[in-house]
Design a protein around this ligand. Structure first.
Ligand SMILES: *Cc1c(COP(=O)(O)O)cnc(C)c1O
Length: 394
């Protein structure tokens, strides 16, 4: 078969289904406003929750690390790539999360595909929320265990599946904050089910680290769950609220040791550059000493959710604001083409709020997903609501 023929047919197919996606390039840094085509747009699509991705202290830390340690790590961690900054960051993460040990991965995607096959194998069972992130789904596929998908947030369904299971090892995997809906998993109930049914729980705190809990540890802290709970394995990322890059798995010292020895996504890849570890360390220090960024973010989220809900109710166009419990606030529109049209109109009027459609979300639930960040101003939020009103009225 001719390669070009295959590829162009594939792309044509996507275009026919209105599912073709391209890349939109940002010309400046990742702040509350983004530069594109020489125009400034207000950014409602970033996971840079605390506004740290262009913070001077993270930049300085990275520059200093480059001066001292160079740009590349040169090898994987088990060869010569394990550098002091990696170990320092892992110790700082373990302390931040209140656990014995942490291990860095090159991204959240790597972390999830790296940890799940360690915990479950042929003959074991994995219990997975229906709306879990693709990286958890792919990790479960790599594990070769049987996967049971339970209805989104439905602990009764999960309990039924656990009760029926005869597997030797049972692993529950879940996002703590669901990235396309902004809702939370009922982690307290999931943990108690794990205790009753002798299961383990892997939580993905990608959208929660730095955002949830008194000290920003995540949803585990939000629910008051013991961070050293013996059935708990925690994953978090450094590229979202922490404004840097990479991810970690944390828990016991033996978890760390097992991952170093067994996890292919850890072993067979070049270690993170030292500058990236340095900016993550700087971000952790800011989270520890400046809780006002998180407070500001939550103020924005509450304000925007309230105003958007009022607007949608007033206009009465059959759209709904998802019951968000986080700074991710989706406006569910339903049809794909309508969603993408609204998103495009917003874009033309200076608002960057991504339209999200299948396969990322279920059929008929296409949405505009607004994410708030601490570095927004109230004027940013009001401008967005005004533009959206005009857009929807048309
Ligand atoms: C973003 C995300 C990941 C992947 O993390 P990266 O560091 O971006 O690879 C994993 N899980 C969830 C829930 C995410 O939102």
């Amino acid at each position: 078969m001719e390669l070009e023929h295959y590829l162009s047919a594939l792309l044509d197919d996507l275009k026919r289904q209105h599912r073709f996606r391209g890349l939109t390039v940002v010309e400046g840094d990742q702040g509350a406003e983004l530069l594109h085509g020489g125009r400034r747009l207000i950014n409602f699509s970033s996971n840079n929750y605390l506004g740290l991705a262009n913070d001077a202290r993270l930049k300085d830390a990275a520059i200093e690390a480059i001066e001292r340690y160079g740009t590349g790590s040169g090898a994987s961690r088990l060869i010569t790539g394990s550098m002091q900054l990696h170990e320092r960051l892992e110790a700082a993460l373990a302390q931040f999360k209140g656990v014995e040990a942490a291990l860095l991965f090159n991204s959240g995607y790597h972390a999830n595909i790296g940890v799940i096959p360690l915990l479950a194998d042929q003959g074991d069972e994995i219990f997975s929320d229906a709306l879990n992130h693709a990286s958890l789904i792919d990790g479960a596929r790599l594990a070769r265990a049987e996967v049971k998908v339970y209805r989104h947030l439905d602990t009764n369904h999960l309990a039924t599946q656990l009760k029926a299971s005869r597997a030797r090892k049972k692993l529950i995997i879940t996002d703590t904050v669901f990235s396309m809906d902004g809702d939370l998993c009922p982690l307290d109930q999931i943990i108690s089910l794990a205790e009753t049914h002798d299961a383990w729980v892997l939580v993905d705190e990608a959208h929660a680290t730095g955002v949830f809990g008194e000290t920003g540890r995540g949803v585990v802290e939000h629910f008051g769950i013991e961070s050293r709970h013996p059935r708990l394995i925690q994953m978090g990322t450094l590229g979202k609220a922490l404004g840097s890059f990479g991810a970690y798995i944390c828990g016991s010292r033996s978890l760390r040791g097992a991952l170093i020895n067994k996890s292919r996504a850890f072993i067979y890849t070049t270690a993170l550059p030292p500058a990236v570890a340095a900016s993550s360390l700087a971000a952790l220090e800011i989270i520890r000493t400046e809780p006002d960024h998180k407070a500001r973010l939550w103020g924005h989220a509450a304000y925007f959710l309230k105003k958007l809900t009022e607007l949608v109710r007033e206009l009465d166009l059959g759209m709904v604001v998802a019951p968000s419990q986080s700074p991710i606030i989706p406006l569910i529109i339903g049809k794909e083409d309508k969603t993408m049209r609204i998103s495009q109109t917003l874009f033309e009027h200076g608002i960057w709020a991504q339209g999200i459609r299948p396969p990322t979300v279920p059929e008929g639930t296409s949405r505009i997903r607004f994410t708030l960040i601490a570095s927004h101003t109230l004027a940013h939020l009001d401008t967005c609501l005004t533009v959206l009103r005009k857009c929807l009225q048309k």
